[in-house]
Design a protein. Sequence first.
Length: 161
Amino acid sequence: MLTPFDQRLIAATQAGLPLVPRPYDAVGAQLGVSGEVVRERLAGMLREGLVRRIGAVPNHYRLGFVANGMTVWDVDDARVDELGEKVGALDCVSHCYRRPRRRPDWPYNLFAMVHGRNRAEVERCALQIHCLIANACRGHDILYSSRILKKTGLRLPTPAG
């Protein structure tokens, strides 16, 4: 159950933390509490499962990474978790996860997001992934981003009136 303070904290952070050297202190000042109170309550919300994660979402395009490709892999199900851990640890992979196949049209079960300054960089990383998973790979593809999707966090409805 969210307390009134929890609701105020979520409202203050749902658009993201302020881009300042001490963001929790800035949120705390807005709410009339210390940055430590903000940190402690957010940590509690994580522990309680009210919040799944707190993280940074970089705008890869603004950082110069304009070739963004979701590499998709048809990997032996018996090894997908083990290989996914290894693929996810590569420097060129921002995130990696397992997804169910949707046969017959979609045989892929391992996804790895790769960001590069150009398509050649993305393709080099895909080759690195392919070499890593070797004979466990039965097929793969690269799906390049065509537009930026807006990423947002938890949103609470605003009270009417």
